[in-house]
Design a protein around this ligand. Sequence first.
Ligand SMILES: NC(=O)c1ccc[n+]([C@@H]2O[C@H](COP(=O)([O-])OP(=O)(O)OC[C@H]3O[C@@H](n4cnc5c(N)ncnc54)[C@H](OP(=O)(O)O)[C@@H]3O)[C@@H](O)[C@H]2O)c1
Length: 317
Amino acid sequence: MTVGLRATGLMKITRSLRRRLNERNVSDELLGDIEEKARRIPLHIDTNMLKIGFLGGGKMAQALAKGFVKAGLSKGEMILASCLPSDEGSIEAFREIESKTVHTNDAVATHGDVLILSVKPQVVPKILPELKDPEKLVLSIAMGISIETLEKGLPSGTPVIRVMPNTPALVGCGATVFSRGTHVTDEEAEITKRLFSAVGTCQEVDEHLIDPVTALAGSGPAYVYMFIEAMADGAVKMGMPRPLAYKLASQTVLGAGMMVRETGSHPGQLKDDVASPAGSTISAIHELEKNGIRSAVIDAIEAATLRCREFSTKKSY
Ligand SMILES: NC(=O)c1ccc[n+]([C@@H]2O[C@H](COP(=O)([O-])OP(=O)(O)OC[C@H]3O[C@@H](n4cnc5c(N)ncnc54)[C@H](OP(=O)(O)O)[C@@H]3O)[C@@H](O)[C@H]2O)c1
């Protein structure tokens, strides 16, 4: 048996075992003990063997599917996505990685071992009734849809994980967090972590952090693109050709991010290191401060978090 199938089999064995033992009225204590032993079985996941289904084949689904394939984690033919017939661009994007697309969600719901709910948040309530098999691992990337809402809309016992990725997953530089629902085993959390670690960083967090994470990392690339564009505009104003300006601005953002991550130094310290007395950098920093750069960014992340919370508490969309 292939290791991938073994990993998927393990989820099912643990779940069906739990159900059978429940039927026999085995005590919670003994059940917990058996599950703990099952968890300790070493897990060797060849995620190449996982069948992945995307419910909604838009931008984020395409970024993840391409990222999983590029990272060698899944084969194109193991991935199935649902796309509306009119959405020719998405259908073509999946065809490019040799993945099939279908026009209905129920075909995806039965195909995947792992189902990724990747429609817009307002469409999620329409899709949940189509997911009828409580054995499938459901990963939702929908902004602002809580685990409680997802669990209420799915068959009892369905393992649900709320995931918040970002689009740089497409180039293997994503920043993903996830929170597990009530019925998720350690193996299922591990599969999620390995999938998203293949396209960047991935860590588990408490669900109350998902909204600020969405505001920081989910939406964050948009803020950074604006910053890159503005830096390049400044350089163009001072006479630099635009292609060179974009190249240098993007590489500078990449390099500064790597410096913060790799050195572990405080960003303020790294900023001080660049700003020599009476130099050009401190003159530029003064201009940025006069224009309220820090407050603008803090306000932006606060606004995005509050917008996510509005979604989370909405009863209908
Ligand atoms: N983009 C990001 O950076 C990002 C980051 C983190 C999380 N997310 C989350 O990821 C999810 C998808 O976002 P996105 O940016 O990829 O949006 P998107 O490009 O609009 O993708 C959603 C896709 O779902 C399709 N769709 C609509 N109704 C459907 C239905 N009933 N059945 C199946 N598919 C249907 C849409 O088709 P049509 O366009 O033809 O309607 C579209 O292709 C959202 O919930 C978002 O909150 C996005």
